[in-house]
Design a protein around this ligand. Structure first.
Ligand code: ATP
Ligand code: MG
Length: 606
């Protein structure tokens, strides 16, 4: 996929959901709906005023893990549509499964959605809901379905039930319990609910059609018996609704108009409609009913988003935790330095379609660079330091300790960001690869004088120290292993940046540097992609076999004195190196820690 950072400001890409919503608004499909102010049944909503929200969408995470970039897509889509069409988007915890859910995840999800820039408060009303608050209604609806002859208690063994469901080519077989009377079923359901049956001894099933071509309509299970303590309702229930039964009811109770989910739920849509139509016929739910629409999942190259695989990365210590800057979790991306705006731009820029999409990671990085380019202050940093000594400094300035004050704009095009100050002195740090003892062809930075075969001497190379002056390399020192330990140079008079005549001497290279006396020591974590393959788990491959061994390289470097008091989560551009952020956990005034967000250019492009 093309990487065009400008694409983020281009017209919105295809999003068929917008078309659906616009047609519904024009036709007034939902204009006559009433809203009781809180979720509720038909009577509750009918007693309320006309719904002030033109549409209602929802983001319904299961609180069983940390949100990742795929969830960010769904959040931006649902909250974005509600915002654009005068609607409301609900944050709903789909916490109907008692076994896997935890408060820790609830809190983390709330923080992540807020951080992305979305809110569920609309005109002073908070639309933060828990599916478990609807357990009473769900059970009432179950009794109503039983009484109407639309559901039955099945006591076949799990194996028989599976065998009798049939398969794609074979119709299912009716359960021997299918012909129980409504009165028998009601009594049995009440026993299930009262805890008189063992876990797994019976289930409640919808009575639809065991021969349906859609296997999801072959009498799907509505309730199971499971003695488990729920994070919200504790031990109040020993039967729990199945997701396929609970989800449509949650949508209807909340007056959702457009229930947007990923493609794998397409086969569930007929049951979604079947259930809601029956419950509306029974007078329990208000019409018009919500409708389900499916869109394609977002996948990012070089990233895995399955919760199970993310858990393995953490559990096996391959990464340093859920918020490791290499993780595609929202917390990981935040710690890496991604901005909420860049994630929203990526999500909006990828539209919504009827097929799953693979987005190249470079698109996300492009969105980030476009966002940071105009706002991140610049600074110099030396990440692989080599000492540079200017041997004629005292001669030129009268003292070996002389400091030439330098100033530079914090941002070349945003004067409001102010200026930064640092000193130029005789002892400097430069990047090790800005010097070459034996220059390769086309190398324009520092290299020493050399003697030609005919005995003549070619002078060392000259470069401009950015914001400083021009220096000419006069030699270098190395240790017993041959490693260069110091570069020697002389400064050329009258070449100070910003003075008349500074350009009299032309040089081909400009390098960044820091003065030894005022540079601030910093730990710099150079993060890169976690995997070396674009589809790490393609074809069932074990993602552990394609880990990038250099996904995290920690170096000790030097940064400009202007960053001595940098707060956490400050994003800067280190000139020539890329975008960096002060770590939101480990960074502090005595211990600066920077994470590399991304380099200035894509180094992975095929
Ligand atoms: P995972 O399969 O990664 O564990 P999930 O679908 O089980 O994700 P939920 O908490 O149920 O996790 O997801 C909440 C919402 O986010 C759902 O509506 C789901 O469809 C959506 N969602 C999850 N992953 C993606 C994705 N990659 N692209 C778009 N939407 C997604
Ligand atoms: Mg799910």
């Amino acid at each position: 996929m093309a990487t065009d950072p400008k694409a983020i400001s281009a017209p919105k890409p295809g999003n068929f959901l917008r078309g659906i919503i616009e047609r519904d608004l024009e036709a007034g499909t939902y204009a006559s709906r009433h809203f009781g102010g809180t979720p509720g049944d038909a009577a509750h909503h009918q007693a309320g005023p006309l719904d002030p929200a033109r549409i209602r969408t929802r983001f319904p995470p299961e609180p069983n893990g940390y949100l990742h970039v795929g969830h960010a897509k769904s959040i931006c889509l649902n909250f974005g549509l509600a915002r654009d069409y005068g609607g409301a988007c609900h944050l709903r915890f789909d916490d109907t499964n008692p076994e896997k859910e935890e408060q820790e995840f609830v809190d983390a999800i709330i923080e992540a959605v807020h951080w992305l820039g979305f809110d569920w408060q609309v005109n002073g009303t908070s639309h933060l809901y828990y599916a478990s608050h609807y357990f009473d209604f769900m059970y009432r609806a179950a009794e109503a379905l039983v009484q109407a002859g639309l559901a039955y208690v099945d006591e076949q063994s799990a194996e028989d039930m599976r065998a009798n469901r049939g398969d794609f080519n074979t119709p299912g077989t009716d359960s021997p319990y299918r012909s129980r009377t409504p009165a028998e079923n009601l009594a049995r359901l009440r026993q299930m609910q009262a805890g008189e049956l063992a876990d797994g001894a019976a289930v409640l099933r919808a009575k639809i059609d065991m021969a349906s071509a859609n296997i999801n309509l072959r009498d799907p299970t509505l309730y199971r018996i499971k003695r488990a303590t729920h994070h919200n309702t504790a031990d109040r229930w020993c039967i729990y609704p199945m997701y396929t039964y609970a989800h449509p009811i949650e949508d209807a109770l909340e007056n959702i108009t457009h229930s947007i989910c990923t493609l794998e739920f397409e086969d569930q849509r007929p049951f979604y409609d079947w259930l809601l139509e029956r419950l509306a016929d029974l007078g329990l739910l208000a019409r018009p009913l919500p409708k389900q629409y499916e869109f394609g999942r977002l996948n990012l190259s070089y990233v895995v988003t399955s919760k199970r695989k993310l858990r393995e990365l953490v559990a096996e210590g391959i990464v340093d935790g859920w918020d490791d800057p290499r993780m595609p979790t929202i917390f990981g991306m935040r710690r890496r330095g991604y901005t909420p705006a860049s994630i929203r731009a990526m999500a909006d820029g990828s539209g919504a379609s009827k097929t799953n999409i693979w987005l190249d990671y470079s698109v996300l990085e492009g969105c980030l660079r476009s966002d940071l380019e105009g706002q991140a202050p610049r600074a110099m940093a030396v990440l692989d330091p080599l000492r540079l000594s200017i041997t004629n400094w005292a001669e030129l300035y009268g003292s070996a300790d002389h400091v030439e004050p330098c100033q530079a704009p914090a941002h070349p095009h945003v004067p409001e960001l102010g200026t930064r100050s640092f000193g130029l002195a005789g002892e400097l740090w430069i990047e090790r690869d800005d010097f070459a003892a034996v220059p390769a062809k086309g190398f324009f930075r520092l290299f020493p004088p050399r003697t030609q075969p005919d005995g003549s001497v070619v002078a060392g190379n000259k470069v401009r120290l950015k914001y400083g002056l021009v220096v000419e390399c006069t030699g270098f020192e190395k240790d017993a292993d041959g490693r260069v330990t110091r570069v020697l140079a002389r400064a050329l008079p009258d070449t100070r940046s910003g003075t008349p005549g500074a350009d009299a001497i032309k040089v081909k290279g400009t390098i960044t540097w820091l003065a030894v006396h005022d540079a601030v020591a910093a730990t710099v974590r150079l993060y890169d992609r976690l995997f070396t393959e674009a589809q790490p788990d393609a074809g069932g491959r074990d993602f552990r076999t394609v880990l990038n061994p250099r996904s995290k390289v920690v170096v000790q470097g030097w940064v400009e004195p202007s960053l001595a008091a940098a707060p956490r989560e400050l994003r800067v551009q280190f000139e020539r190196h890329g975008y960096f952020v002060t770590d939101r956990v480990d960074h502090g005034p005595q211990q600066p820690v920077f994470n590399r967000i991304t380099t200035l250019r894509d180094s992975w492009a095929a």
